[in-house]
Design a protein around this ligand. Structure first.
Ligand code: ZN
Length: 416
């Protein structure tokens, strides 16, 4: 995150490209460039925006606002400017947060051509009257492109798990470098494993990125069994899961059980057509089983979209906790299965197989008897491990391990 933080990211341009290059040093990425002007459903890929320098000099020539100091200082997609103007005229192009005079706001103008700078309200109040010089050395190139990247980790099956996050925000840590970095770390953890499903990790600019990916991959969306948008992963708030539009998709149930099993404060929310990239994945024409995993959701922490969302706001322990939950969800998706008991008439004798306490009456148990009994009872081919975890209230991992022990003792066979 430290390495990625200073880059001037936007919907398009070298900031996103540079970000994906750095991720590409850690994971094999397929980078796609989509030409500006490409029509994507009701939208159009915007011109490519790049900026070399942007600053404001006061009447004495001193640079009072400079993009080189923070990528937040220039409104994203500002058109090029080279002008001199009095402070009163300049002020129409300055954004501040009067209620937080020490914070620089984050502003964009993707679809309306204009220019503006963002600065601390305290700095604005200190500006002397006089004539200012303004330079925005930027390009909006209709012949450019928009960049996104995928990492595909093949599994035993072609069915896919889609993991997605947005890369269009500049120097903002929780929203959403935390998601960018978390997805890369998750990818590295999965890259070393034998996988059941194929995992597709997607880093793309918000909204237009997922839409363009959906548009380019529409014929193969049927392969997606589950998905997660992962974002805002490093703040101190509790883990929040927002259900897919389907509400009870496999991933929704897996995430709810994982958060329940974590024992930590958390929230599971119903679907709402508001938030991040899940709005595109869960639009009715796709209705993909894609949920959203965050800590405090985007737009709900007061530091968001300002310079207060910096590298001190996110903490390693929170990022690690979010990563743990992601890995737990992946574990459910990888191991959930249905089983058939090979001894369904009456309970099998666990004692003679070493699966039951040897001495009656003792409460000390060498194995997780309750989990064994739940799995044996629901191993009728119609209940998955996730069904058992929901119905029994036992942790998913206990039931998964019990099923493993019963399989090893030829008391179960895997059905699906
Ligand atoms: Zn945001």
């Amino acid at each position: 995150m430290r390495e990625l933080f200073p880059l001037c990211r936007s919907l398009t341009g070298d900031g996103v490209r540079g970000t994906l290059e750095i991720i590409g040093q850690r994971l094999p990425l397929q980078v796609t460039e989509v030409p500006s002007g490409t029509d994507v459903y009701d939208w159009t890929v915007p011109p490519e925006w790049n900026v070399r320098e942007a600053w404001i000099a006061d009447p004495s020539g001193h640079r009072v606002v400079d993009l080189a100091e923070s990528s937040l200082h220039l409104m994203s997609y500002s058109v090029p400017v080279r002008a001199r103007m009095p402070l009163a005229e300049l002020r129409e192009h300055l954004y501040t947060l009067p209620e937080h005079p020490e914070r620089i706001p984050y502003r964009t103008s993707y679809w309306n051509r204009s220019w503006a700078f963002c600065l601390r309200h305290g700095d604005l109040e200190a500006l002397p009257d006089g004539e200012y010089e303004v330079v925005v050395d930027a390009t909006l190139d209709d012949g450019g492109s928009m960049t996104y990247a995928e990492c595909v980790l093949p599994g035993r099956r072609p069915e896919e798990i889609l993991l997605s996050t947005w890369v269009c925000h500049p120097s903002l840590a929780n929203d959403n470098l935390s998601g960018v970095a978390l997805l890369a770390t998750l990818g590295r953890a999965l890259a070393g494993r034998e996988l059941e499903h194929t995992y597709r990790l997607l880093w793309s600019p918000g909204s237009i990125g997922p839409l363009t990916w959906l548009w380019r991959n529409e014929e193969r969306l049927g392969a997606i069994r589950a998905g997660l948008v992962v974002a805002c992963a490093g703040d101190p708030g509790q883990v929040t899961y927002k259900r897919s539009r389907r509400e009870d998709a496999w991933v929704d149930r897996a995430a709810a059980v994982v958060l329940r099993d974590s024992g930590a404060p958390h929230e599971v929310r119903p679907w709402v057509p508001w938030g991040g990239d899940e709005r595109q994945f869960c639009s009715p024409g796709f209705d993909l089983p894609v949920g959203t995993l965050t800590r405090t959701p985007a737009g709900e922490f007061p530091e968001g979209h300002s310079s207060a969302d910096d590298l001190d706001f996110v903490r390693p322990e929170h990022l690690g906790d979010t990563l743990r939950r992601c890995l737990d969800i992946v574990d459910v998706l990888e191991t959930d299965a249905t089983y058939l008991s090979l001894n369904p008439k009456g309970e099998p004798r666990l004692g003679k197989r070493g699966l039951y306490r040897a001495v009656g009456g003792t409460t000390e148990s060498p194995v997780d008897e309750l989990a064994l009994l739940w799995v044996l009872n629901l191993a009728d081919g119609g209940h998955s491990l996730l069904d058992m975890a929901e119905r029994s209230g036992l942790a998913y991992a206990r039931l998964r391990d019990a099923a493993g022990a019963l399989l090893a003792h030829d008391l179960l066979e895997r059905k699906g």
